[in-house]
Design a protein around this ligand. Structure first.
Ligand SMILES: Cc1ncc(COP(=O)(O)O)c(C=O)c1O
Length: 387
């Protein structure tokens, strides 16, 4: 086995979750998903597809009509994007892995803004690349970027700049101005930007694009010729985590090659899942704002509770699905997360799962069908930290 694979870190979120296997009394907020099922009309589209017997392979790049629908959806948010730039993928994580496979060779340098969802930094390591981590810094619970530090880290030797905004776990979100500076810098250094924008519609800041909340995107600024790959997903804003459906926006010149690469990964996404994606996009501007509004209620409910909890330091995140907070006197996040689940039935993710920069912090996914689950969780947290 290659060392890069042998040495992959195990998921510390799974480590906490596995300790609670078989327990039905745990309130689980450790994974990045709601406990609410996918809207029924989306499920129906998949059922109808299966009933029609759509059980065959499709085009490597996805059904042409789905690529068109994605291009239409993305154009509505970010200005004209041709379907010749779209590839359908079996999930956002696969989209990101494909992006890395397209760009990164063993020995290359990838610069990543951290803390971040660990899959993002593991993918270049799997390919033998080196990852340089530039850390966000917490100020009164709010994580911010030192832009100068990031610019200094990205040099002509940097193959890829990897950015996840809105960010998992901190909620940090790039501003349009920061994106413009980074894009101009990467044009000068010849660096590719890989932007993980799977949370773009789960944004609570000033609306950056019509018709509803959407975080600033590199697609708003870049041209088709730019070295930019954007990964997106149906998982979060359509409540479709289990379906495994996402997409990539690439420069048009690279779409055919990406089709070849897809052949050797998943070959194609399942057709009935793509039909579900088509149904979702057809009603996106009705469904996504509703889901976003509910997530905002969840965020506000949880944050209001956390902010009045003694010993807790936290700030309201502008985007994403998570409250990232720390508890005074608790520096070992894995031990704390294990204790909370074992003794109090509260399932949170340890901050160290997102890199050493997250040590001492906890991540709480606030996406919850029923807001009172969050209240119950807050009570358990208070008990767990000795209040
Ligand atoms: C930052 C980030 N990127 C990408 C993904 C991938 O989502 P999926 O593979 O479900 O599309 C996730 C999922 O949690 C995430 O948090």
């Amino acid at each position: 086995m290659r060392d890069a694979i042998q040495n992959l870190p195990g998921s510390k979120i799974r480590e906490v979750a596995n300790a609670a296997l078989g327990r039905s009394d745990v309130l689980a907020f450790w994974f990045g998903e709601s406990d609410e099922a996918t809207p029924d009309f989306i499920r129906q589209a998949a059922i109808e597809s299966l009933q029609r017997g759509e059980t065959f392979y499709s085009h490597n790049l996805g059904l042409p009509e789905l690529r068109l629908a994605i291009a239409g959806y993305a154009s509505g948010l970010h200005g004209a994007i041709a379907d010749q730039r779209i590839a359908v993928t079996s999930s956002g994580v696969t989209a990101l892995m494909l992006a890395m496979q397209m760009l990164v060779t063993a020995g290359d340098e990838v610069v990543a803004v951290v803390p971040v969802w660990p899959n993002l930094t593991a993918q270049p390591l799997i390919l033998g690349a080196r990852v340089t981590r530039v850390s966000l810094r917490p100020q009164a619970g709010l994580w911010t970027l030192d832009l100068e530090e990031l610019l200094a880290a990205v040099t002509p030797d940097t193959r890829v700049l990897l950015l996840n905004s809105p960010n998992n776990p901190t909620g940090w979100t790039l501003t349009r101005e920061q994106q413009a500076v980074l894009l101009a810098h990467c044009r000068r250094t010849g660096t590719w930007i890989v932007a993980d924008e799977v949370y773009e519609r789960i944004y609570f800041g000033p609306s950056a694009c019509a018709p509803s909340a959407c975080a600033p995107s590199f697609l708003d600024l870049a041209s088709d010729e730019d070295r930019l790959i954007v990964a997106a997903s149906f998982s979060k804003s359509f409540l479709m985590t289990g379906w495994r459906l996402g997409w990539l926006v690439v420069p048009e010149a690279h779409q055919d090659t990406l089709g070849k690469l897809l052949e050797f990964n998943s070959s194609c996404a399942p057709v009935f899942v793509q039909r579900a994606g088509l149904a979702a996009l057809a009603r996106a501007e009705e469904v996504v704002p509703q889901i976003n509004a509910h997530f905002r209620d969840c965020r506000d409910r949880l944050l209001a509770g956390l902010m009045v909890t003694p010993k807790v330091s936290v700030a309201s995140p502008p985007g994403g699905l998570y409250a990232f907070f720390r508890v005074e006197g608790e520096d070992d996040s894995l031990a704390l997360a294990k204790r909370l689940v074992a003794r109090h039935g509260l399932g949170l993710a340890p901050g160290v799962a997102f890199g050493p920069e997250g040590e001492g912090w906890l991540r709480w996914c606030f996406a919850s069908r029923d807001l009172t689950r969050l209240d119950q969780g807050l009570l358990r947290l208070a008990a767990g930290i000795g209040l």
